[in-house]
Design a protein around this ligand. Sequence first.
Ligand SMILES: NC(=O)c1ccc[n+]([C@@H]2O[C@H](COP(=O)([O-])OP(=O)(O)OC[C@H]3O[C@@H](n4cnc5c(N)ncnc54)[C@H](O)[C@@H]3O)[C@@H](O)[C@H]2O)c1
Length: 335
Amino acid sequence: MAVERKVLVVGGAGYIGSHVCKALAQDGWVPVVYDNLSNSRSWSVRWGPLEIGDIRDKDRLDAVLARHRPQGIMHFAGRIEVGESVQAPFDFYDVNVHGTLTLLDAATRAGIEALIFSSTAAAYGILETVPAPESHSCEPINPYGRSKLMAERMIADMGVATGMKWTNLRYFNASGADPDGEIGEAHRHETHLIPLAIEAALGRRPSFAVFGHDHPTPDGSCIRDFIHVLDLAEAHVLALKRLLDGGPSATFNLGSGAGASVLDVLKCLGDVAGLAVPTHWADPRIGDPPALVGDPSQAMAALSWAPRRSDLASIIGDAWSWHTSAFFTHSAFTG
Ligand SMILES: NC(=O)c1ccc[n+]([C@@H]2O[C@H](COP(=O)([O-])OP(=O)(O)OC[C@H]3O[C@@H](n4cnc5c(N)ncnc54)[C@H](O)[C@@H]3O)[C@@H](O)[C@H]2O)c1
């Protein structure tokens, strides 16, 4: 009988984690999701078992790791919204830092060999070089970015002490949805640009707020680097296999390498949807860098990976299909 190859996917019921679970299953792994469902729902766990638990719960983590004996851990769980982090820093340090430390402790006891961590472009702060390489200075400008950078550093320190291999993946703007329509972005409290713009286009929100009109960018709106969630998912599977094959620990950017402004996104969405997005200008948000674009060349070389679906039209087309699907409109809000 073939031995099941398991991965513990912490936060795997969430947006990015659920797409990675599908990619893991397609590659022959059993993704075991560990999630407290604070920002997701159980319907997104479709490719392996769901273990409900909090990342700060040491005993529960120990029990789940002992039961499933995974070969590696992917760690997506966390508080994710920059603005909330300014209002409630305690919660962000508690989940993102204390939670990660608790997971690292449990992983060490369980003898886990490989850990993949969801880090963020917010670890950089204001970019001096665009696109930013991984060697760019890290001076995060909000508690969210600081909490993720602290987690990165704890992981690296624990790796030195225990021998556990790690890959910190700094995502830029995850976006798009599974083109098969099985899963997509469905946060309990949605704050991400493309879903909010789609909701405004569909009349589910009165209007879409463009934060700041005089940023130092060509059209005055913020510039972001949108990376399709399918491209992210593929990179995670490759990163895990690289570590288990003996590859070294590393930090990689996962972005497309190209920036698009908020106004570019609204224009593209208008073209895809065939209707204009109602918008209004709002004050710039505290802690919102004007431009965040990453250089993904190190990940491309080390993982033999390339963003394949991260052009704006594919991202917005897939997101639009998901947000207008009967499944999303039924499940996301009631499931
Ligand atoms: N979405 C992006 O554009 C983006 C960009 C950069 C980095 N990231 C990082 O990627 C990761 C995943 O992001 P996402 O957009 O899929 O977010 P998400 O909120 O959809 O997923 C996070 C999951 O973690 C779970 N979770 C939260 N707190 C938990 C806790 N205390 N214990 C157990 N589970 C808990 C949530 O229920 C959710 O299912 C996050 O760590 C985020 O910081 C995301």
